[in-house]
Design a binder for this molecule. Structure first.
Ligand code: PGA
Length: 248
């Protein structure tokens, strides 16, 4: 299975800087096709990113998706709409959505299911807070979050992409060590293996201050199948270095 390197741009960029970033990524990609690449711009820029990447092997995704299909849900973007403008993925259940928008485990599961039902691959984020890690609850929290997703998507578990993102590592520069990340990824892998006959199809990304300097070691772990990258995905050279690290 190819690794997947995904950029989560969060609420950053504008038309000019996005064009520059995408052109830089495209220019640096030749020869780096041993991994899959995904960028997730803010929803208003998804369509223009798809246009800018026409003919390139870079996928585009949303950063969230509505659980609803259509109708009176002001501010929401449906999976159908993402697919309509050419996106193929959506980040679901990012810790910033859980924290600032009150997204529950159950809602995250429903969003993953809504995405799959409408042809969008969800990149489902799970991960513990610092307090939970210090209380020894890491595995229990991750298992609980993942169980809600497995429950919601039923027989489609093998179509998920997962991202283990320890909340304390996101945007802090405090990356999980490769050993810490691998330990949780192994727990996730075991839970997936119990839920589908095709656990090998599920990519488990690591996210949380992955950067040009630490990507190689993280991506060398047996159960780390790629990265979900925030800050470093906004810098062409850093993002390309991480893609290079994923060439295996
Ligand atoms: P970071 O963000 O790489 O800036 O820590 C990762 C994420 O939140 O997906």
């Amino acid at each position: 299975m190819k690794k997947l390197i995904a950029g989560n741009w969060k609420m950053n960029g504008d038309s000019a800087s996005n064009a520059e970033l995408l052109a830089g990524i495209v220019a640096g990609l030749p020869g780096l096709d041993a991994c899959d690449v995904l960028v997730c711009p803010p929803s208003v820029y998804v369509a223009s990113a798809v246009t800018a990447l026409a003919g390139q092997s870079v996928a585009v995704g949303g950063q969230d998706v509505s659980v609803q299909v259509k109708g009176a849900y002001t501010g929401e973007v449906s999976a159908d709409m993402l697919r309509d403008v050419g996106a193929t993925y959506a980040i679901v259940g990012h810790s910033e959505r859980r924290q600032y928008h009150g997204e529950t485990d159950a809602l995250v599961g429903e969003k993953a299911q809504a995405a799959l039902a409408h042809g969008i691959t969800p990149v489902v984020c799970i991960g513990e807070t610092l307090a939970q890690r210090e209380a020894g609850e890491t595995n229990a929290v991750v298992k609980r979050q993942l169980a809600a997703v497995i429950h919601a998507v039923g027989h489609c578990v093998s179509e998920l992409v997962l991202a283990y993102e320890p909340v304390w590592a996101i945007g802090t520069g405090q990356t999980a060590t490769p050993e810490q990340a691998q330990a949780v990824h192994a727990v996730i892998r075991a839970q997936i293996a119990a839920a589908t006959e095709h656990p090998e199809r599920v990519r488990i990304l690591y996210g949380g201050s992955m950067n040009a300097a630490n990507a190689t070691q993280l991506l060398a772990q047996p159960d780390i199948d790629g990265g979900l990258i925030g800050g470093a995905s906004l810098k062409v050279a850093d993002f390309l270095t991480i893609i290079r690290a994923a060439q295996g």
